[in-house]
Design a binder for this molecule. Structure first.
Ligand SMILES: Nc1ncnc2c1ncn2[C@@H]1O[C@H](COP(=O)(O)OP(=O)(O)OP(=O)(O)O)[C@@H](O)[C@H]1O
Ligand SMILES: [Mg+2]
Length: 239
């Protein structure tokens, strides 16, 4: 029986019938503004409350902006600054994304460097929980589909070898349920949590679905969620 990690995120563990199987790499997919960064940050925050060490690689957004946004939304999470100061949560951005953004040259080499950098930071911090937000930039960087797939496999096997449990965000082009495209990372990684946004802008309906989770049973329901000041509220049946 695989050990499950309770995320502590309201309703998520119910949807996952206990939590994320330890060492899994879970893709969090969703359209712009669905809450991918916030959900994955909350995963690290709740882990830190349990004494775990987490690291977030912010490839899309500047670290300061990301943290500013997180603190603005999650005003009820009082220990964010403390966890960062203590090194229980580390957010890394600039250096890594620079190496990702470099255009030209051998992209396989650059990607290899990104993977090596991620490994070095994980080892240095002793992190057991890892967030990569997002890998969509890597998709843009690597035009060749086969090389992209191979690179993703390298990243996945690297994370597995490091023994961490991770969330990897992916921008999905379609935000509507039913139009979700099946891109390589959905097959390569162990789990997929999809965040959907339906309806009009002024009455946006947010919902979450666990599409797959290797090593664990999970609900097949699509359930509504909200982003509150003390974290996500996922309205699983029975919560
Ligand atoms: N004060 C707030 N309270 C609740 N929700 C908020 C608040 N401020 C912003 N939000 C929601 O959070 C969303 C942004 O979350 P987040 O940055 O995690 O999304 P994302 O999926 O990572 O977006 P992107 O694709 O741009 O990276 C906004 O679209 C908005 O719906
Ligand atoms: Mg984001």
């Amino acid at each position: 029986m695989v050990k499950q990690i309770k995320t502590g995120i309201f309703g998520l563990d119910s949807v996952l019938f206990g939590g994320i199987p330890e060492h899994n790499q879970v893709v969090v997919a969703g359209g712009p503004g669905a809450g991918k960064s916030l959900l994955s940050f909350e995963f690290l925050y709740r882990s830190a409350l349990e004494g775990e060490i987490g690291i977030m690689f912010s490839l899309d957004e500047e670290v300061d902006k990301l943290l500013e946004n997180v603190k603005e939304v999650f005003v009820g999470m009082e220990k964010i600054d403390e966890f960062i100061k203590e090194g229980r949560i580390t957010v890394i951005g600039e250096g890594l994304s620079d190496s990702v953004r470099q255009v030209g040259g051998d992209t396989t080499y650059q990607f290899g460097k990104v993977v090596a950098d991620i490994e070095a930071y994980v080892k240095k911090t002793g992190a057991t929980r890892v967030v990569i937000d997002s890998i969509s930039l890597l998709d843009l960087m690597i035009n060749d589909k086969i090389i992209y797939r191979r690179s993703m496999l390298a990243l996945a096997s690297n994370l597995r070898r490091l023994g961490v449990t991770s969330m990897i965000t992916v921008e999905s082009e379609s935000i509507d349920r039913g139009k979700l495209e099946f891109v390589p990372e959905y097959f390569i990684f162990d789990g997929i949590i999809a965040l959907y946004q339906n309806g009009e802008e002024d009455k946006r309906v947010l919902s979450l679905e666990v599409i797959k989770m290797r090593g664990g049973k999970h609900s097949f329901m699509t359930v509504p969620y909200d982003i509150a000041s003390d974290g996500f509220k996922i309205y699983a049946q029975g919560t």
